[in-house]
Design a binder for this molecule. Structure first.
Ligand SMILES: Cc1ncc(COP(=O)(O)O)c(C=O)c1O
Length: 413
């Protein structure tokens, strides 16, 4: 991977034709070290957030030795780039052949489930093995997430006790509970509430869990979303754990994806055309900007112009991606110098999680190259940059709270 001091150096050296994922492996390693130091239990990286080899290696360097995967290709990716790591197959619905291959070929022993049918599949596909770590995924009510994940997986409070009992009886090794409070969870108390629900299910089942897996949901920083400090999440989890019905040897696990990788990459895109406030970029909704289009998150953006800076005045822009689909639209608003024009580059920040990982090849686009840059992320939960991004808005003809990335205050209109 080629290294540049900054995105500007990259643009000056060789105006790239394709979008570039700007990798900051150091930021991933710092996040990994924070979790290892502050989370009192096993930290499993949710590979789906960003499976890039450089991310897996940066995590391993930061001490992450366990990975949460959802498929055989993710298992192969972890085996290739983090040899010796523990792998947990945490997708609650797996094919029989995927379970069998994970067990027999890749040494996976940890499997999630949320139904009796999946439990039976796991036991059969593993040949009746008794050395399984069976983690029962519960559906929890935990408001506070920007991205709810409760609708698809998890045993409800009525089903959970019988399933916990069945899983307990099915293994001589580990039986655990897990849940997901939803991604980008803005309220540490959500973990406490979910742990109380898990505890009630265990009490009703009359079993102890060997593992309490609090899932993902740990947040990162986006415009308009400044989360509480991560230490508040860890404190809420510690308190929740203290209040649970568990035995002395019960362990805590977590599965962060976003919090470990979001700061680790941004995206460098080129403006192919400007139509008033619409910028047509060479990446979009079918590329790395899925969340900017579908969740309408206004990711932070800054101009990278090879020759000189942009205008002092900022203006709000919409983005369109390169495909022919009109859904390839990111409403933003993204605040950029008002004279942004064709040929300029725009760096879109905080895209290390659920960015490149979601890119498709629709319409022949979506190919992204990766380059390493030495500058810090645009915002940080780990002290690498401010923990807050400015939010811009027009209020009765006045642009509020505008602060240029290079530190100059914007004039009022
Ligand atoms: C089972 C599981 N664990 C962990 C995660 C990671 O969540 P986050 O990126 O919010 O930390 C996900 C995300 O979908 C998930 O499905």
């Amino acid at each position: 991977m080629h290294t540049y001091q900054s995105p500007l150096d990259l643009v000056r050296e060789r105006s790239p034709e394709r979008p570039v994922a700007l990798a900051r492996p150091g930021a991933v390693t710092v996040a990994a070290r924070w979790f290892r130091k502050n989370f009192d239990g096993g930290v499993f990286y949710a590979v789906k957030a960003n499976p890039s080899p450089w991310v897996l290696r940066a995590l391993a360097e930061g001490g992450i030795k366990a990975f949460d995967v959802a498929s055989i290709p993710e298992i192969e990716q972890v085996r290739a780039h983090a040899p010796g790591a523990k792998i947990a197959f945490m997708h609650p619905v797996k094919s029989r052949s995927a379970i069998a291959r994970a067990y027999a070929d890749h040494g996976v022993r940890t499997f999630a489930l949320d139904t009796h049918e999946e439990l039976a599949k796991i036991l059969e596909a593993c040949g009746g093995a008794r050395d399984l770590e069976l983690i029962v995924r519960l559906a929890v009510e935990a408001p506070g997430a920007a991205y709810a994940l409760g609708g698809k997986f998890g045993a409800c409070s009525l089903e959970a006790p019988a399933l916990l009992l069945a899983a307990r009886r099915a293994t001589q090794d580990v039986m655990g509970v897990s849940f997901h409070v939803g991604s980008q969870c803005m309220r540490p108390q959500a973990f406490l509430a979910a742990m109380a629900q898990a505890s009630r299910a265990l009490v009703r089942a009359g079993v102890f869990a060997d593992v309490v897996d609090v899932g993902g949901g740990f947040p990162s920083v986006y415009p308009g979303m400044t989360p509480p400090d991560l230490s508040e999440y860890v404190a809420a989890i510690d308190r929740g754990f203290g209040e649970m019905m568990v035995h002395e040897a019960t362990r805590l696990w977590c599965e962060p994806g976003r919090a470990l990788s979001a700061e680790g990459a941004s995206l460098l895109t080129r403006v192919e055309l400007r139509k008033k406030d619409a910028l047509f970029l060479n990446d979009g909704a079918y590329g790395s900007l899925f969340d900017a289009a579908h969740a309408k998150w206004p990711f932070p953006a800054r101009l990278v112009r090879g020759e000189g800076e942009g205008a002092e005045e900022l203006a709000p822009f919409r983005f369109f991606g390169p495909t022919c689909d009109s859904a390839d639209h990111m409403p933003g608003p993204f605040w950029l110098p008002e004279d942004v024009r064709e040929g300029d580059y725009v760096e879109i920040g905080m895209l290390g999680a659920y960015g490149v990982a979601l890119a498709s090849r629709f319409n022949g686009f979506g190919e992204v190259e990766t380059a390493k840059v030495g500058d810090p992320p645009m915002a940080s939960m780990f002290g690498l940059a401010p923990r807050c991004l400015p939010t811009f808005h027009r209020d009765a003809g006045t642009v509020m709270n505008l602060k240029r990335a290079r530190g100059k205050r914007r004039r009022r209109r």
